[in-house]
Write a protein that binds this ligand. Structure first.
Ligand code: CP
Length: 312
């Protein structure tokens, strides 16, 4: 198939074929990153705006590097030093930036739906880099890419996601991507943060962590998002880590080839012990590496690239 979408706003609206096309394109771009010259001309002459209105390390830098590797011009918009501070609206901000002939807007925003909102009136492309607790599509794509690389398949894979599911855009995007591709997804965490409602998305909800990890091929730990939580919904970090944190005794209950994932940033000692975050079964930094290839693929496709065959 060929890609025909101008934006990447979420995983929910993608088909399995579209997800697979992004993954195949990312595989081709991962090869590009092993060449002595790691740059291709695919986005030469295009302008990419990195519009991050929430903090980010991994997503912002890998989108910037992805755009550079594709030969685009990149502007890193500094929200703290911008006229947002004088009360300028999001709509006026992006319309002014579009007047500078920007072609692609990569947006992270605390408001769910912000990327969809700007996509309604911008002529250029919009890529969602995380919107509130709604979706983080490129994180899910890089997670699935890493699982595919490590396990060779997604169909029938047992993936357990543990943590703050309710507030997690990473969890939502992962559930959409994994269920569309045929994985068996288990969600686990405190009942206040993992409502049974999530079963309607086609996954299993389990409150006992030992049961949730026993048959998992992949365990993906999510960050406890203190910035999005109400105190009444969270048991406290000590209690959380004793009930749901990944430690050596829980690692011993897993299959010997289960891989450990985390989107970052890690709260070391809360959702995962420091030793396990850095152990050989952890693929956390490989996820970051794969994020670059996935984001190159997304920028390439939304700007008119049709398939991996078009990459030089
Ligand atoms: N995983 C992730 O989105 O990390 P950043 O917030 O650092 O981009």
């Amino acid at each position: 198939m060929n890609w025909d979408k101008r934006h990447l706003l979420d995983i929910e609206s993608l088909t399995a074929e579209e997800i697979n096309l992004i993954l195949d394109t990312a595989k081709a771009f991962k090869e590009v990153s092993t060449r002595p010259i790691k740059k291709v001309p695919a986005l030469r002459g295009k302008t990419v705006i990195n519009l991050f209105v929430e903090p980010s390390t991994r997503t912002r830098t890998s989108f910037e590097l992805a755009a550079i590797r594709l030969s685009a011009d990149v502007i890193n918009f500094n929200a703290e030093a911008s006229s947002f501070k004088k009360g300028e609206s999001l709509r006026d901000t992006v319309r002014n930036l579009e007047s500078l002939n920007a072609d692609i807007f990569i947006i992270r925003h605390s408001a769910a739906g912000a990327p969809h909102f700007i996509a309604r009136f911008l002529k250029g492309s919009v890529v969602n880099a995380g919107d509130g607790a709604h979706e983080h599509p490129t994180q899910a794509l890089l997670d699935v890419f890493t699982m595919l690389e490590k396990k060779g398949r997604i169909q029938g894979l047992n993936v357990t996601i543990i943590g703050d599911i309710l507030y997690s855009r990473v969890a939502r995007s992962n559930v959409w991507a994994l269920t569309k591709l045929g994985a068996n997804v288990t969600l686990c965490g405190p009942s206040t943060l993992v409502p049974q409602e999530f079963e309607k998305m086609g996954c299993r909800v389990v409150y006992n962590v030992e049961k949730a990890i026993k048959d998992a091929d992949v365990v993906n730990l999510l960050r406890i998002q203190h910035e999005r939580q109400r105190k009444t919904m969270f048991p406290g970090t000590g209690e959380y880590s004793s009930l749901f944190g990944l430690n050596y005794s829980r690692l011993a209950m897993m299959k010997p080839d289960t891989i450990i994932m985390h989107p970052g940033p890690i709260n070391r000692g809360i959702e995962i012990t420091s030793e396990i975050a850095d152990c050989e079964r952890s693929v956390i930094l490989e996820q970051v590496t794969n994020g670059l290839a996935v984001r190159m693929a997304v920028l390439f496709l939304v700007s008119g690239g049709k398939s991996p065959k078009d990459i030089l």
